[in-house]
Design a protein around this ligand. Structure first.
Ligand code: FES
Length: 101
């Protein structure tokens, strides 16, 4: 697994997703209102909507296409919908954001 610097905490607006390509992965990066940073695959398990464009509420992002609710901690879609996106471990060091891919 590789640790890659992807952003600085100061440059991430709260609750606005940022899309980026890291290696073979399309990532959606989010700074939550509690300051936590989450990184998930930027592809909804339903029909591939870009989660980086979704609305954020707590630990969840709502897909912009059909409103599935995806938990950014474990990647699981909330019932009755079924599916899962890949989640990535995030580390913050000296305000730098690192993602493990
Ligand atoms: S593509 Fe995300 S809810 Fe349909």
């Amino acid at each position: 697994m590789e640790r890659i610097q992807v952003a600085n905490v100061r440059d991430l607006p709260e609750k606005i997703g940022k899309s980026m390509k890291i290696g073979n992965f399309d990532l959606a990066l989010f700074k939550l209102s509690n300051g936590d940073i989450r990184a998930v695959e930027n592809k909804c398990p339903h029909k591939g909507g870009m989660l980086s464009q979704g609305l954020v509420s707590g630990d969840y992002v709502f897909c912009p296409l059909h409103d599935w609710k995806i938990c950014m901690k474990d990647g699981e879609a909330q019932a009755p919908d079924q599916g899962c996106v890949k989640t990535f471990k995030v580390e913050i060091q000296d305000k730098n954001v690192y993602v493990y891919v």
